[in-house]
Design a protein around this ligand. Structure first.
Ligand SMILES: Cc1cc2nc3c(=O)[nH]c(=O)nc-3n(C[C@H](O)[C@H](O)[C@H](O)COP(=O)(O)OP(=O)(O)OC[C@H]3O[C@@H](n4cnc5c(N)ncnc54)[C@H](O)[C@@H]3O)c2cc1C
Length: 390
């Protein structure tokens, strides 16, 4: 039960030499902030101008961070990872399409994935994003407490119905369902819908998981309140706990609109908040299931230590670790080598439609100090190990 995150032979066991080289080259590019900025602008322009760059994107950044353009495309990756004990979570990563037809399409996709998942032990969770099922502005308006007009009320009912269809199916098929968290100014509306879904479908066990972004200083109180509600009403809670992906946007908006930023004052206080949430959940495992979505080694080790202190086995059924496909293989594969439950989010979708996701990954790796450097040093270590045939 002591994963060694330095073991690169285990971390990169599925990578061929050329895939290792490509990963190294990619992270080198991503480490260069001006290049990411220019690359993003050029790529966006090229896609809008219908220039034939899909092949290039596919062969580089897409194949590194995504499983394929559709579910079938992802199967070989899913099977290969599962041989090493790593589970997959298929993430239909088309973002920013704000029309009803697209929301219904995302709903159909998620329902389809649930059928697909039911057949495969390698895929223990399904996932979706609230704004995949409804307009951002609508979530924002509901979150603000303003009254909806008649058309908007009908639209909101359709959003709730999409949540309900997916959660009901997940419940009927006994597949757990992760629901991502997004910007704070739309999140209250999503949280309230998810709470109702937990009330309805988490009576016996946690099927529906919400996401707690611990870079928000108000989330610890939220967690305690949610726990109290679940205890009083008798339902289980599933929570994916992450730090959060929209920090710059959150801080900029708060400054522009002159309100107190919902983000913790420093990285250190986010880390403390994250660890506090994990500790709280670990003390209440009878009601709470944990999915720790993190690339932070210390956070993983802290969670493992708590598991050990409580005498739990590595494969405790309601504790999961999760990383994104293409990132932090040293964590995922070394965790499963020691018997822990770990899964990769495997994004998929048409190349041009997953660009917002890919750009976020590039920007995140550029801005998250240390993360790219860490990936690069591990890749370099593995290249060297293979060369020396150690
Ligand atoms: C499986 C999985 C699912 C995810 N789902 C979601 C999701 O639903 N919603 C979402 O928003 N994100 C999600 N994420 C993204 C996640 O939030 C980022 O990967 C994460 O923020 C990177 O943090 P880390 O825990 O890996 O650790 P680290 O790399 O140690 O932490 C970096 C993070 O710390 C925080 N931070 C950095 N500097 C500061 C500062 N100065 N002040 C305060 N905080 C700071 C930021 O959140 C930053 O992203 C998911 C990630 C994974 C792996």
């Amino acid at each position: 039960m002591h994963p060694n995150f330095e073991n690169t032979a285990i971390a990169f066991q599925l990578k061929t030499d050329s895939e290792l080289e490509r990963a190294y080259f990619l992270f080198k590019l991503i480490a260069n902030e001006p290049l990411v900025r220019i690359g993003t602008a050029v790529t966006n322009f090229a896609i809008k101008a219908h220039l034939p760059i899909e092949g290039l994107i596919r062969a580089t950044v897409f194949d590194h961070f995504c499983g394929g353009v559709n579910e079938e495309d992802c199967i070989s990756i899913i099977d290969k990872m599962y041989e090493k004990g790593v589970c997959s979570i298929l993430d239909y990563s088309v973002e920013g399409k704000e029309v009803e037809g697209q929301f219904d399409f995302a709903l159909a996709k998620t329902l389809e994935v649930l059928d697909f998942v039911k057949e495969k032990d390698a895929i223990p969770f399904a996932v979706f994003k609230p704004t995949g099922f409804g307009r951002f502005e609508l979530y924002e308006k509901v979150s603000s407490g303003k009254n909806l007009n008649e058309l908007e009320s009908k639209e909101w009912e359709r959003v709730i119905d999409r949540f309900n269809q997916v959660c009901k199916k997940a419940h009927d098929l006994e597949v757990s369902l992760l629901i991502d968290a997004e910007e704070s100014w739309m999140q209250d509306a999503a949280d309230n819908v998810v709470l109702d879904m937990m009330r309805k479908y988490n009576k016996q066990k946690a099927v529906v998981f919400n996401t707690l972004q611990m870079y928000r200083w108000d989330r610890m109180d939220y967690l305690k309140q949610l726990h109290e509600t679940a205890r009083l009403e008798g339902f289980k809670i599933g929570l994916k706990v992450v730090r959060g992906a929209y920090m710059e946007k959150e801080n900029e908006r708060a400054e522009e609109m002159k309100y107190k930023s919902p983000i913790c004052v420093s990285k250190k206080s986010t880390d403390k908040n994250f660890n506090m949430a994990i500790a709280y959940m670990m003390d209440n495992l009878d009601t709470i299931s944990i999915f720790a979505g993190t690339h932070n080694e210390d956070s993983c080790l802290k969670l493992i230590k708590l598991m050990q202190e409580k005498g739990l086995t590595a494969n405790q059924e309601n504790i999961w670790f999760g990383q994104l496909y293409g990132m932090s293989d040293h964590i995922t594969y070394n965790l499963t080598a020691e018997g822990f439950n770990a899964a990769k989010y495997v994004p998929y979708g048409p190349v041009k439609d997953v660009m917002p996701y890919l750009i976020r990954r590039a920007e995140e790796n550029t801005s998250v100090a240390g993360q790219t450097t860490r990936e690069l040093s591990l890749l370099q270590k593995e290249k060297k190990r293979r060369k020396l045939d150690l």
